[in-house]
Design a protein around this ligand. Structure first.
Ligand SMILES: [Fe+2]
Ligand SMILES: [Fe+2]
Length: 464
């Protein structure tokens, strides 16, 4: 058995669920939990099906998969003769026994029944593929709430209400993966991606109010709707022949056209909406029918790209918890190593609400004031450190002066010269003066002045 790839997005709900099966309810038997010698009876998806010939007649070699992994299965003659064709992506109720073949576990199928479309639609997607960390119902609720809040133009409201209310589109959106691989390749991934792109576009329209946010929201929510037909089956991530020939941009435009016409959208707005769908891949090399020509088209393209890349990193790097260091891995898509570098620690300063209210004197938000206050505190601390260092230097000089005065072996001129040399300062006059009689000495770039009497270094008052 081959376990499913370890994605951080794996649905955390229980993996053994009661399911519809041939008119009866049965438990889903995870592929990863099957061992050699076990009896097998459960529903799996056929991810590949190849018909071959053996001495005993034709046989099928299948790859069965569920959310936990995949397994090879064989349908030998004469049972194989009951299946003139087995479609990739079909759901099948399999009865058989697990054995070993060339050190690999293999299921020998004793009986198999292909499920109808209705039975397939009734399966729990989370049993058969990794699923979004958020429930589809919750994400759909959020998308509809966003539409309710932003769409004030009646044709946009009608368009989104009719598309999201269409039973097959709604069911597809809530279960379909966002892609075959690369990003959001799990149940509910298409809805998660569409919602994220819509939220990114709304955030950008706050920053750039000149954007047509109603158009952007509708286009962002529906930009990948063609993927429902580009891939085969509800839970499969295989491209259909039509999907390969047309691609999801054109398929999406065709699927949406009747809804656009019924919405009563102005023809210019409808044309702009179609352009956003047609250009969201940015470049014709990446499947765009047209390259972006409006600012909304550029914004949608980049929001789509950002969300796809962020999801790609999230799926390919382990979670940070307990591993704050950097992590490198080779990414075939980019043909280079990519990294998840160390994160900046969060705990040094308490976070402030960035958009706090302006102060009554107009001096700025609470966060800005706190930030400035931090800067003042830091400057004061630096000044205090500097003063401390200068006090220490002054004390050292005082001690040295006392030491030089005590022996009095050399004359005052020598003491003064020594002192000047020690301080590294300039000598104001080539004529030595008696110590303590109006000296001016440089120390650390500052000047101390005295008018005779006690040593200037013994005075309490600081003159800098
Ligand atoms: Fe796309
Ligand atoms: Fe997309």
């Amino acid at each position: 058995m081959r376990p499913a790839p370890c994605l951080p997005m794996l649905c955390m709900q229980a993996r053994v669920n009661v399911k519809y099966s041939g008119g009866k309810m049965s438990e889903h038997q995870q592929i990863a939990g099957i061992s050699s010698g076990d009896a097998v009876r459960s529903v799996y998806f056929v991810s590949s099906a190849v018909r071959s010939e053996s001495r005993n007649g034709p046989y099928w070699r299948l790859e069965l998969k569920d959310a936990s992994g995949s397994a090879e299965a064989k349908i030998w003659s004469p049972l194989s003769l009951r299946f003139p064709a087995i479609e990739q992506g079909a759901a099948a109720e399999v009865t058989g026994k697990c054995g070993m073949y060339r050190d690999q576990m293999q299921i020998t199928v004793d009986d198999m029944r292909l499920l109808s479309e209705e039975e397939t639609a009734a399966l729990d997607p989370s049993d058969y593929m990794p699923c979004s960390a958020r429930s589809s119902e919750e994400m759909m609720e959020e998308l509809e709430a966003l539409c309710g809040a932003v769409l004030t133009h009646a044709p946009w409201r009608r368009l989104m209400q009719s598309v999201l209310g269409d039973e097959s589109i709604r069911r597809g959106l809530m279960t379909a993966p966002g892609a075959k691989a690369i990003h959001h390749a799990y149940a509910g991934g298409l809805l998660e991606h569409s919602l994220s792109v819509a939220k990114l576009c709304m955030a950008l329209s706050e920053l750039y109010p000149e954007l047509d946010r109603q158009l952007l929201l509708a286009a962002a929510a529906l930009h990948d709707i063609g993927k429902l037909e580009e891939m085969s089956g509800t839970l499969s991530t295989e491209y259909t022949g039509e999907g390969r020939m047309m691609g999801h941009l054109l398929q999406g435009l065709l699927r949406l056209e009747p809804f656009i016409i019924r919405s009563g959208l102005e023809s210019e707005l409808a044309a702009h909406f179609r352009h956003l769908i047609a250009s969201h891949h940015g470049q014709t090399d990446f499947g765009a029918i047209r390259e972006p020509m409006s600012i909304e088209a550029f914004v949608l393209h980049h929001a789509d790209d950002i969300d796809a890349k962020a999801a790609y990193f999230r799926s390919n790097f382990p979670p940070r918890e307990g591993d704050p260091g950097s992590y490198w891995t080779y990414m075939p898509l980019y043909r280079r190593d990519l990294c998840r570098p160390m994160h900046t620690p969060e705990q040094d300063a308490p976070a402030q609400e960035a958009s706090g209210p302006m102060q009554s004197d107009g001096s700025g938000s609470a966060a800005a004031l706190a930030f400035r206050l931090d800067r003042e505190v830091m400057a004061r601390e630096a000044l205090e450190r500097e003063l401390e260092e200068e006090r220490a230097a002054r004390k050292a000089l005082e001690q040295e002066l006392r030491r030089l005065r005590k022996p009095k072996k050399a004359g005052p001129a020598i003491v003064q010269a020594d002192l000047m040399a020690m301080m590294g300062g300039r000598q104001e006059s080539s004529t030595p003066e008696p110590a303590g009689a109006g000296t001016e000495a440089a120390a650390s770039g500052r000047t101390l002045k005295t008018k005779g009497g006690p040593s200037p270094w013994e005075e309490e008052e600081e003159v800098w």
